[in-house]
Design a protein around this ligand. Structure first.
Ligand code: PTJ
Length: 260
């Protein structure tokens, strides 16, 4: 690993790249994962590599909807586990919901590898301090977060082949699904099944961003860290206007000249 000095202005982004490169070497990522990551980086540059105001509101809304759900689930893919796995384990522990590994480019090897990385992340989070405001046995709560995906016994109707596979205790029975970096077809299929789909996607113009119930236009590791804070003090869901939120993100991007 190359040492990146603390004062480097783009340290977080360079560290994320290193984690992606390492994970690719370990066979955890899809072949096109770097292309998706690079596209995300380009949008993040234009957003000023920060959580914009409309994304903060979407984060609060997402936390409130996860809290209010009957059967919430956090669906994760390769990029997400590598970049934001630990904070999503924290979030799952606070909400009390499972995490399901559900891949676009599904192979048993990648599912197994990502579940074992998530297992290590869960152990680390269990040994960490509880998030501020948490009352109770944090370690037991974290260790009881179910990690699903190895035995898909359910399906997402409207999709074909391996992409339709999911777990009956996870995505299939969920009423609210948090899916960072989701693909457009799956987002549409989940919406047409009547589920609330909460997404994290740096591209406000993607089909996923436009079809989701709530879109957090932010980088997945920053958003996951803010979601943990927000979930500890979540309010109630509102009448959410997702189109307005996307327009606000686009207007920040089109004003990017002011960052110079
Ligand atoms: O692990 P798998 O097999 O499920 O595959 C995962 C990828 C991401 C390769 C797959 O889902 C894919 O090809 O995704 P897309 O269709 O390229 O979409 C990725 C979306 O995520 C794009 O709109 C990117 O702008 C966005 N994105 C990329 N990196 C980040 C991101 N959004 C938030 N945070 C990021 N770090």
């Amino acid at each position: 690993m190359v040492e990146i000095p603390d004062g480097h202005p783009r340290k977080a982004s360079l560290m994320a790249r290193q984690r992606m490169v390492e994970a690719a070497r370990m066979g955890l990522l899809a072949e096109s994962a770097m292309i998706a990551h690079g596209r995300g980086e380009a949008y993040d540059y234009l957003l000023g590599e920060r959580t914009i105001e409309s994304a903060s509101r979407a984060i609060s809304e997402t936390a409130a909807r996860l809290h209010e759900a009957q059967n919430p689930v956090i669906s994760v893919n390769g990029n997400t586990v590598v970049l934001a796995g630990k904070d999503l384990v924290r979030l799952a522990a606070i909400i009390g919901c499972p995490i399901e590994v559900n891949l676009y480019y599904r192979t048993d090897e990648r599912i197994g590898g990502l579940l074992s990385l998530l297992g290590e992340q869960r152990e680390e989070v269990a040994s960490d301090f509880a998030p501020s405001g948490w009352v109770g046995d944090w370690r037991n709560r974290v260790l009881s977060v179910p990690l699903l995906g190895s035995e898909p016994d359910g399906s997402i109707s409207g999709l074909e082949g391996p992409r339709s596979l999911c777990c009956s205790d996870g995505i299939e029975r969920a009423d609210v699904v948090l899916v960072p970096l989701e693909d457009g077809d799956r987002c549409e299929a989940l919406i047409s099944l009547g589920k609330q789909v909460l997404v994290i996607d740096l591209n406000p113009l993607s089909r996923t961003a436009r079809n989701a119930t709530v879109t957090i236009v932010d980088e997945v590791s920053r958003a996951a860290s803010e979601l943990v804070k927000s979930a500890s003090e979540a309010g109630s869901p509102t009448e959410w206007d997702n189109e307005l939120c996307l327009r606000e993100a686009l207007s920040v991007i089109s004003d990017a000249g002011s960052l110079i």
